[in-house]
Design a protein. Sequence first.
Length: 452
Amino acid sequence: MAKQVDVIVVGLGVGGEETAGRLAQAGLRVVGIESRLVGGECPYYGCVPSKMMIRAANLIAETRRVDGIAGTATVQPDWAPVAKRIREEATDSWNDQVAVDRLTGKGATVIKDVATITGPNTVRAGGTEYEAARGIVIATGTVPSVPPIDGLAGTPYWTNREAIEVETLPASLLILGGGAIGMELAQVFARFGVQVTVIEGAPEVLAMEEPESGVLAREALERDGVTFRRGAHAKQVGYADGAFTVTLEDGSTTTGEKLLVATGRRVATADLGIDKLGLDPAARRIEVDEHVRAGDRVWAVGDVTGVGAFTHNAMYQADIAVRDILQEPDAPTASYHAMPRVTFTDPEIGAVGLTEKQARDAGLNVRTGSTPIPASTRGWIHKAGNEGFIKVVMDADRGVLVGATSAGPTGGEVLSALAVAVHAAVPVNSLRQMIYAYPTFHRAIGEALKEL
Ligand SMILES: Cc1cc2nc3c(=O)[nH]c(=O)nc-3n(C[C@H](O)[C@H](O)[C@H](O)COP(=O)(O)OP(=O)(O)OC[C@H]3O[C@@H](n4cnc5c(N)ncnc54)[C@H](O)[C@@H]3O)c2cc1C
Ligand SMILES: NC(=O)c1ccc[n+]([C@@H]2O[C@H](COP(=O)([O-])OP(=O)(O)OC[C@H]3O[C@@H](n4cnc5c(N)ncnc54)[C@H](O)[C@@H]3O)[C@@H](O)[C@H]2O)c1
């Protein structure tokens, strides 16, 4: 006999933990099932420890900028405090007891096991079958997508997990993929003295962003000593005598002590049993509607929906799901037109909404404006490390911004004003009449708007 509950949450990463906790606090009987660590990828192998690494690496870079501006300074990079901080402050050495206690403290039941969906309302885990009166929430996230390159399988390559866990840095590192993970970690390791080579299949890194963003980030990393092989497809990977050799399609080779595979993520729903819910286990993502419903009494939140692999999206969708499940009369519907994202390289690449190309492909009447950060008063004062730009993408028919990029020092923070503009469709005429404080980085937004 199945155990009766109100809601079953499968996967307790960012999205699942938020959903389960809120529903339990609202008084529902909630079972949350997690096969690894409650909290998921973000606190243990993603956002949080990687940003601790970035904070440390940026301190090194800032210290090196003292010369010529504030005297002289030397810095001796040491990975030990970074590895220690990740263990002691971020991950409890990858122990999730605090997170489990936090969730059970809210009233949810936590089962540590691999969940299998067994029927339209039933899930099996921990030797028990649970039946949900209100429904099932799927929040199983993604796993690294490892390309089928000859020789790669079976080698001790890293994914983001091993890169985050590293205690002793290698002398050299090959990174497959110049996306968010590849670029952030390449800069970190290069600033700590590792010889880094990034192999990117596309012509430019950060391919999903404005082309200017890719150029800016790549050139910054090149100044940190990172080597790039762009438009380069790996044909073969070899591992011998403690070193990786990657052979590219043009026959050239590149070697490194370690190899980090950062070529994107994929959903892992093949064995989850979602066919019992009428969903396709082989699909690239679980499609959801504006209430993040994936079917009758089925919701999906976070990376598994393929809407955007970001913690803020998982939290946003969790909120939509919770309020729909609780049948709130004013439950909001999801809109992704102002999806923000920040690649935390130095300079930071913040962006919201559509790129210029996406806006043109959507058939909009596009106008763009752009201004370099070094040309702003604040950028000029800032001097070393001031590279960046503001770019705005306007739908000229509606007179509103549909996208923007804020790249530069604190680019992710400056992004907030642009995110409000895109989210709320603030008329460009109104944005032009705003007073932008002097001398701030965000004042460059006013300059970019003049270029429209
Ligand atoms: C290196 C790195 C850096 C990142 N940096 C950022 C950043 O700076 N900002 C940002 O917004 N995002 C960042 N992200 C992305 C962010 O981590 C994800 O978007 C976020 O974790 C998604 O949350 P989720 O709940 O959808 O999935 P996850 O966090 O992946 O959680 C899914 C959970 O489901 C569990 N699960 C899966 N299948 C089952 C099953 N059958 N039974 C039980 N449990 C199951 C998994 O064990 C996992 O814990 C980063 C990611 C990486 C890898
Ligand atoms: N700051 C952040 O918000 C942040 C940081 C890290 C990760 N993330 C999230 O994690 C997800 C995964 O990050 P990611 O960097 O692995 O993926 P990604 O999709 O951002 O980038 C993958 C890159 O690998 C390249 N690539 C794919 N196959 C290749 C191959 N065979 N050879 C060479 N290059 C190849 C792609 O062209 C792409 O540029 C991202 O979608 C992102 O949303 C977010």
